[in-house]
Design a protein around this ligand. Sequence first.
Ligand code: MN
Length: 294
Amino acid sequence: MKLCRTRDGRIGLVGPAGAVDVTSALGVLPSARYPYPTQDALVANLDMLRPLFAEIARTGAMIEPGTPLDSPIANPGKLVAAPVNYQRHLDEVREQADLHHNNAAHMRQIQEIGLFLKAGSSLIGPGEPVRIVSDRRVDHEIELAVVIGRGGKDIPAARALEHVAGYTIGLDMTVRGPEDRSFRKSLDTFTVLGPWLVTTDEIPDPGALALELRVNDTVRQQANTRDLVLDVPALIAFASSYYTLHPGDVILTGTPEGVGPVQPGDVIDARIEGLGSMRVDVVAFSAAQEVLNG
Ligand code: MN
């Protein structure tokens, strides 16, 4: 099942002919009162919603083609990210040490440096442009994004995939520089998820998916998730040994080699096997520039 979310708040069940509006199924979601649960209600109730989505889709109206899409996950409790999780990307970071300000912490293996968190306010979908600071280098990073379906703590790798709701394409946009990762990667619009959530029944093995990112139709990144240092089950085990995971939490699994800068006016095309593709515009964002320049 492929589920998209439009910028005006509709949920679409994506099929070969397009997306059908299945928003009315959300009426069965349990009502919540303050303080609201810190999880994504759609993902937490996906098993209940799934047959309703299918039923409504049989007679529902099509969502107009080209409708701008938001992140398929509306309310992730946290965005967990793997820093360097492909060996060839680590090699590339070590070869370009000056670009990383010779920060030794950027050049060690994931098992030593752990994970980091991105701000939820950085999250957008492909229907909104990435806004970049024009006088700092901003790089693209394509990543397989894992959406947690069933929460847990200390989840063993052997059972980790049972805790996954699905997968989507992630862009972990990054200002290069000496500051902390969470600072440089949490600017507004610096986490893009899309174009839709693909549930696990369509992706039985997340460990053999081809990824490709183009900028203005030039291939920049091309890899396969089989080359992950910590694969999806190992990452879930690692993350959940430190953080309790909740439905809707997202784990960005790290980017492969080939990261490079983007400029205002660029168009990023990101695709992952089995998940589809998305095009994301890059525009200038002058307000944040002044803040970063101090
Ligand atoms: Mn990344």
